[in-house]
Design a protein around this ligand. Structure first.
Ligand SMILES: NC(=O)c1ccc[n+]([C@@H]2O[C@H](COP(=O)([O-])OP(=O)(O)OC[C@H]3O[C@@H](n4cnc5c(N)ncnc54)[C@H](O)[C@@H]3O)[C@@H](O)[C@H]2O)c1
Length: 444
C-alpha cells in the first residue's frame, strides 16, 4: 500500500520506518527541514532503539523517503497518517491542537480522489468531530477520517510499532475499516493483536484513559514510597507483593522520581483539565492527585540526595548519570533526570551530567549545566553519584559498581529510579540510597 506519514518526530519517524518494514511504500512529510534532511540521509534525528537500522535498510532502496512537500504526499499515497505534535497549551487548559488542525486543513484540499486520513496524534476528546467538518468541507468525496491512537512506548517505539498489543480504530464507514485492515494486514495476520473498531469519541477517550491509568499506577506506588519512608518500610517489597495480584500486576509499579517525557505528563495534564471542564468532578479530583504526587517526586529525590550527602549540597561534587526521561531514547522533554540535575545545579552543587545518548539534546536545552563525554569523567572525584536514568550500562553491568568505585571520592549512590541491584553495589562497598527504601550501607 502507498502511505504517507505527516509529522516525523518521536512517533512519526518510527511509524514510517515500521510501515516500510511491513512492506508498504512510504513517504514521510516533515516540516522541519533539518529533521527531514537527516531522515532522508537514512538515520534518525534523535536516538530511538532500532530506528537507525530500519532507516538505513529502507531509505536507500526508496521504499521509504522523506520530503517537506505535502502535495507530493497527497498525490502519492492512498492512506495518510497524521503524527504531528499536540503539546499542552501554555495555560494548561488541554492540548494545543493547532498542528493537527493545520495538517488536516492543508492536506484535505489536496485530496482529489478517495483515500483515508488516519490520525495517530493524541487529541482532546471532541477534536475528531472538528476535523471531520474540515475533511467534509475541503476534501473530495470518499475521503474518510479514522482516529487510530498510538500506544507505543518511547525507547521501544520501533518494536511497539511492529508488534503492537492493540490497534484501536475510531471510524464511521466500512471503507475506512477496510483501509485500516489493509494497512495493518501483516500485523493482524499474526493473530496476537486485538483490533478494536469503535467510534471516534471512544477511540479518543481510550487513549487518554490508558495514559491516565498508567500515570495513576506510577503515582500510586510513588505515594506508597512516601509512606514507606515515614515508617522505615521497603517499597520495593510492597510493590512486588502488590503486583502478584493479577488484578493489579507489576507493570508501571517501580517507584522512583516520577513519570516524564513527551507524553504522560502532557496527556495526564490535558485529560485532567478536560474531565474537569466536562464536569466529571471525581475523575478530576483523582487525576489531580495523580499529578500532585508526580510533581512531589522531585522534592523527594532532592531530599534523598541531601540525606545521602549528609548536608545541603552547596559545593558538593555530584555525578548525574542520565539525562533522558527514560532509557532507550534521547528524549529529554519533561525529563525528571534533567530536572533533578537542574535542582542540584541551582542548589550550588558542582553537578556533572553524563548520558550515553542525550548529552547533546540536554545541552541544547540547558547549556548552563556541566556535561561529561563519558561516565568515568562524570564520576571523577564525585562525592555522590545520582543514577537518574536507568540505562542498562549503569544498572545491568555487573562490573560497573567496581569500576565506578575506583574514580569517585565517596562511594555514595543515590538511585532515584530504584533500578540497581542494591546488594551488588553494597557488596562493592557502596552506600545505596533509593526512594522509599531504608538506606543500605556496606558492612564494616
Ligand atoms: N512520542 C511518543 O512516544 C508518543 C506515543 C504515543 C502518542 N504520541 C502522540 O503523537 C503525537 C506526536 O508526538 P511526538 O512525540 O512524535 O511529537 P514530536 O514533536 O516529536 O513530532 C511532531 C513532528 O511533527 C512535525 N510537524 C508539525 N506540523 C507538521 C506538518 N503540518 N507537516 C509535517 N510535519 C509537521 C514537527 O516538525 C515534528 O517533527 C502527539 O500527539 C503525541 O501525544 C506520541
Amino acid at each position: 500500500m502507498r502511505v504517507s506519514v505527516i509529522g516525523c518526530g518521536h512517533l512519526g519517524a518510527p511509524h514510517a520506518a515500521a510501515m516500510a518494514e511491513l512492506g508498504h511504500e512510504v513517504i514521510g512529510v516533515e516540516l522541519n527541514p533539518e529533521t527531514c534532511r537527516i531522515l532522508q540521509s537514512g538515520r534518525g534525528a534523535f536516538y530511538e532503539k532500532g530506528l537507525d537500522d530500519l532507516l538505513a535498510k529502507h531509505v536507500p532502496t526508496g521504499r521509504l523517503r522523506f520530503t517537506s512537500n505535502l502535495a507530493e504526499a497527497a498525490e502519492f499515497a492512498d492512506l495518510h497518517f497524521i503524527a504531528v505534535g499536540t503539546p499542552l497549551r501554555e495555560d494548561g487548559r488541554g492540548y494545543d491542537v493547532d498542528q493537527v488542525v493545520g495538517a488536516v486543513r492543508s492536506l484535505a484540499p489536496l485530496l482529489r480522489r478517495p483515500c483515508t486520513i488516519v490520525g495517530k496524534s493524541t487529541v482532546t476528546v471532541g477534536t475528531v468531530a472538528r476535523l471531520q467538518e474540515i475533511v467534509t468541507a475541503e476534501a473530495a468525496d470518499g475521503v474518510d477520517l479514522v482516529w487510530n491512537p498510538e500506544f507505543l512506548r518511547e525507547g521501544h517505539a520501533v518494536e511497539d510499532s511492529l508488534y503492537p498489543d492493540r490497534i484501536v480504530a475510531g471510524l464511521t464507514s466500512s471503507a475506512a475499516q477496510k483501509a485500516i485492515e489493509e494497512v495493518y494486514a501483516p500485523i493482524l495476520a499474526r493473530n496476537d493483536v486485538t483490533l478494536i473498531v469503535t467510534d471516534p469519541p471512544t477511540a479518543e477517550v481510550l487513549k487518554s484513559a490508558a495514559n491516565a491509568f498508567l500515570a495513576t499506577k506510577i503515582s500510586y506506588i510513588n505515594a506508597m514510597a512516601e509512606v514507606c519512608e515515614l515508617v522505615g518500610a521497603d517499597v520495593s517489597t510492597v510493590a512486588y507483593g502488590l503486583g502478584i495480584d493479577p488484578r493489579i500486576g507489576h507493570g508501571g509499579m517501580r517507584p522512583g522520581i516520577g513519570y516524564g517525557g513527551g507524553c504522560l505528563p502532557k496527556d495526564t495534564g490535558a485529560f485532567t483539565w478536560r474531565v474537569g471542564d466536562l464536569g466529571a468532578t471525581h475523575a478530576h479530583a483523582l487525576l489531580q492527585a495523580v499529578e500532585d504526587v508526580n510533581h512531589s517526586r522531585l522534592d523527594a529525590a532532592t531530599r534523598l540526595v541531601e540525606r545521602a550527602y549528609g548536608a545541603p549540597v552547596d559545593g558538593a561534587r555530584i555525578a548525574v548519570l542520565g539525562a533522558s526521561f527514560k532509557a532507550g531514547t534521547s528524549d529529554v522533554r519533561n525529563s525528571p533526570a534533567l530536572r533533578l540535575a537542574g535542582r542540584l545545579h541551582e542548589a550550588g552543587a558542582r553537578a556533572v551530567i553524563y548520558d550515553p545518548e542525550s548529552n547533546d539534546a540536554a545541552r541544547r536545552l540547558h547549556p548552563e549545566y556541566a556535561y561529561a563525554g563519558d561516565a568515568a569523567t562524570a564520576l571523577e572525584g564525585a562525592e555522590v553519584v545520582v543514577l537518574a536514568t536507568e540505562w542498562p550500562q549503569f544498572t545491568h553491568d555487573a562490573k560497573f559498581p567496581s569500576s565506578a568505585g575506583e574514580v569517585v571520592q565517596r562511594k555514595v549512590l543515590v538511585d532515584v529510579r530504584n533500578a540497581v541491584d542494591s546488594d551488588a553495589w553494597v557488596a562493592a562497598g557502596w552506600e545505596v540510597w533509593q526512594l522509599g527504601r531504608p538506606e543500605q550501607l556496606p558492612k564494616v
